[in-house]
Design a protein around this ligand. Structure first.
Ligand SMILES: [Cu+2]
Length: 144
């Protein structure tokens, strides 16, 4: 009995602290010039279980929204996308011209070579909220 207790306690602790089971690839945020009040952040998210991306927060911006860019006739339009479902193993791309995180009311300079922190918020199949902090490098265009 005694032998079992420690591993169990350890498992309970790690489970409570577990971040959302999501792999983040190629994250970057666009440089914002002085006076510019908004910018975009992009990344590819791959979940290992069914999740819903609810949104994100960042100390670098007063407001973070999930947006979508879409061609309507000849015009590229941007709108709030709300929540996005993530199917296990299926990458969700947030990239220029499509889904992206819109950061508004910028609090810090988005300088090339710098970085910002974004905390992603997800809901699992049982409705439990899980978060994932991401360090996002700032650059003029997608880093290769
Ligand atoms: Cu946008």
């Amino acid at each position: 009995m005694k032998k079992l207790l420690l591993p169990l306690l350890f498992a309970a602790c790690t489970a409570a602290q577990a971040a959302a089971p999501v792999k983040v690839d190629g994250a970057w945020a666009r440089v914002a010039v002085k006076g510019q009040d908004s910018s975009g952040a992009y990344m590819t998210l791959t979940a290992s279980e069914p999740l819903t991306l609810l949104g994100a927060e960042s100390p670098a911006a007063g407001i973070v929204e999930i947006h979508e860019m879409k061609m309507e006739g000849d015009v590229m339009k941007m709108r709030a996308a709300g929540e996005l479902p993530l199917a296990p193993g299926k990458p969700l791309k947030l990239a220029p011209g499509g889904f992206h995180f819109m950061l508004m009311d910028l609090k810090t300079p988005f300088t090339a070579g710098g970085h910002i922190n974004i905390t992603l918020r997800f809901k699992d199949a049982k409705g439990k909220i899980e978060t994932l902090p991401v360090t996002v490098p700032v650059s003029v265009s997608k880093p290769s």
